[in-house]
Each structure stands twice: as C-alpha cells, then as structure tokens.
Design a protein around this ligand. Structure first.
Ligand code: NDP
Length: 336
C-alpha cells in the first residue's frame, strides 16, 4: 500500500492556502501548514477544517513559523518529509508594498531564497511550487504575457516577486531542484482579503443593497486586470507538481476586465446602478499601475490540461452572493 502523500503549505491561512488545503485533503493528502503566531487564534478561512475532529491533527497539522525562521522551517521539513511544498506565503497586497517595501522584500524575496536554500540540503528534496505574480511584468512591452515575457516590475511587490521567480529558476537549473513558478494573474473568491478592490466592490454592493452603507469610495475605475477564480488556480498548482519535469507556467484567464466591470456586474446583481453610489477618492489611486496585464496560458493548457472554469460574471456574482449571505447571517431575525 502506498505511504500517505504529504504536503507542506506556507500561507495556509490565506485565500489560496485554504482552497489548496481542501483540494489536497480531498485527494487523500496529509497536509501540514505553516502559520504565524499572532495574538488571535482566529483563522477564518481554515476554521471549519480545524474545528473538525476527523481532520484536525489527523490529516491536517499546523506548525508555527515565520517565513524567515529558517531553523524552524528546516526542522519541520526534516521531520515531515513532504513530497510537495507549496510556497504561497507573503505580503500579497501590491499597494501595501509601497508602505512596507522592506518587509515585503524580506518575506517575499528573501523568504523564498531561504526556503530554496533549505530544500537544497534535503535528501530527497521535495517538489516545490512558488506562487509568482503577473506583477513581475509591470509595464510589459507586449500583450498577452507568457513564460518568455521579460520582467519589468514597477512596484516593490513586483520586484520582490521577480527576484523570487528568478531564484526559483536559478535553483532549478543550477542545483536540479524540482522547483516551479506558477506565474499567477489575479484570482479572487469570497475568501479574498477585504482590502482588495474586488472584495471591496462585492462587499459594498451587498451592504448598500441591505441598507448598511450608502456610498462606495473608489480610485480609478478604468484599471484593467485579468481576473480568475482562486479554486481553479490551486488545482493548477497541484497539477504542476505532478509533472515529470519542473517548469514555469503562466496561469490566467486571458481576458481583460476593468474595475468598472466589477461595479457593473456586482451592482446589477443586486438590482442597483453603481453610478449612483460610487464616489471618486484620489487616496485610492495607485502610485504606479501596471498596464495591460493579461496572460497567455496556452502552455498550461497543453502541459497540465488546465483551463479556468468559472467565468468573470459567475465569479463576481458568487462573491456578491457570499457577502449577502454572511451579512444576512449576522442580522438579527425580524420580529413578527
Ligand atoms: P493572502 O494574502 O490571502 O495570503 C497570504 C498568506 O501568507 C497568509 O496565510 C499569511 O498569513 C501568509 N504570510 C504573510 N506573511 C507571512 C510571513 N512573514 N510568515 C508566514 N506567513 C506569512 O494571499 P493569496 O492566498 O491571495 O495569495 C497566495 C500567494 O499567491 C501570495 O504569495 C500572493 O502574493 C500570490 N499571488 C496571488 C494572487 C491573487 O490574485 N490572489 C496573484 C498573484 C500572486 P496570515 O494569515 O498570518 O496573514
């Protein structure tokens, strides 16, 4: 009988980490996650699994470590001996990277290098997936972007991801590690952090519909991105680590939408016209906004047979519905 497959996830409490954990558990994996110690035990995205006695500490294990806690992570890797390591942790907010460039680079860039250094010493070395970002392309000279597009980041986040992405390539080519970059374009879900524009819009549409808010303040509504659905992406992460040889793949929908499309679909879904509720606030304008970031995932389609399944409209509507549900769950029942 084959021994249990083990995976270690950094960033398990995040949007992608939580979906990936569910995905791997359903595939029969024993999942280990690295979590940061904080003053609160709340981990809303994985609470359902950690409250389940059938799962927690049987098939799912959490371990404390910060990303630059090299000795602890080394000890964990030696003890667990996972077949696969999914490296998702990092400061993931582009705008925030202008406020905290140093820690963004410390964890996203140097944190990845430190992990690669540990993997170099492991025997056998686990298969390793790093979540890169379309922000590495910054102001690309051509669109759509693929695995060959030159890196021209324009944000501290993009620079940190570009460093990490190149280091993964260097360690694969120089030390023979099974190390891959999933070069991810934006992907969203009801579990997206509340400070991201997509969640801000879907949340606001629901709150305005329920009479909890009156206005939504926005920066540019013309910014464009290639937005997909997070659970589609985590499946691609797993597929990449099942390949015979490691490689980098762009994961994207190949379709550009504007922020105003989010407003349009989200507010229409609750029967409202967004133009009546949205007000411009220059504080939300980006210092540098990458242009025409749209991915070409044909290589992923060929080698891992992957295509995004959920459409833009379905994604936005699913996020609005999730907000409506969670807000309704919080409201006291009406007295008859
Ligand atoms: P989230 O912000 O939802 O999750 C980030 C995770 O990283 C959290 O679990 C967070 O822990 C953890 N983390 C952050 N800093 C540290 C640290 N110093 N030590 C240990 N853990 C840390 O991001 P997503 O799930 O959306 O994204 C996953 C990865 O994919 C990220 O690296 C992101 O940059 C990248 N990516 C995401 C895209 C997207 O559109 N979602 C697009 C392109 C790339 P805690 O809960 O304690 O904060």
């Amino acid at each position: 009988m084959p021994s249990t497959l083990k995976a270690l996830i950094t960033g398990i409490t995040g949007q992608d980490g939580s979906y990936l954990t569910e995905f791997l558990l359903a595939k029969g994996y024993e999942v280990h996650g690295i979590v940061r110690r904080s003053s609160s035990m709340a981990r809303p995205r994985i609470d359902e699994m950690t409250r389940n006695a059938e799962i927690y500490q049987k098939k799912l294990h959490l371990h404390y470590a910060d990303l630059d806690d090299v000795t602890t992570i080394r000890r964990l890797l030696l003890k667990i001996q996972p077949r696969e390591v999914y490296h998702l942790a990092g400061q993931s907010h582009v705008a925030v990277s202008f406020e905290v460039p140093e820690s963004t680079c410390q964890f996203t860039a140097m944190g990845t290098l430190k992990l690669l250094e540990i993997l170099r010493d492991c025997d056998p070395s686990p298969r390793f997936l790093h979540t890169g970002s379309s922000e590495i392309f910054g102001m690309p000279a051509s669109a759509p972007q693929n695995e060959q597009t030159p890196l021209r980041p324009v944000t501290p986040y993009g620079v940190a991801k570009a460093f990490a992405t190149d280091m993964v390539r260097v360690y694969r080519d120089s030390f023979g590690l099974f190390a891959c970059n999933a070069i991810c374009f934006n992907h969203e879900s009801p579990r997206r952090g509340e400070s991201f524009v997509t969640r801000k819009i879907t949340r606001s549409a629901a709150r305005i519909k329920l009479g909890l808010d009156r206005k939504l303040s926005m920066g540019s509504v013309d910014a464009q991105r290639d937005w997909g659905y997070a659970p589609d992406f985590v499946e691609a992460f797993w597929r990449m680590l099942q390949l015979e040889k490691p490689l980098d793949l762009v994961l994207s929908t190949g379709k550009l939408h504007r922020v105003r499309d989010w407003l349009d679909v989200a507010f229409k879904h609750v029967g409202l016209d967004w133009q009546q509720y949205v007000e411009f606030d220059p504080r939300f304008l980006r210092k540098a906004d990458p242009q025409t970031l749209v991915g070409d995932s044909r290589l992923a389609e060929t080698v891992i047979d992957w295509k995004p399944r959920v459409s833009f409209e379905e994604l936005v509507q699913q996020m609005v519905d999730a907000e409506l549900k969670s807000l309704s769950d919080l409201r006291p029942p009406l007295c008859s």
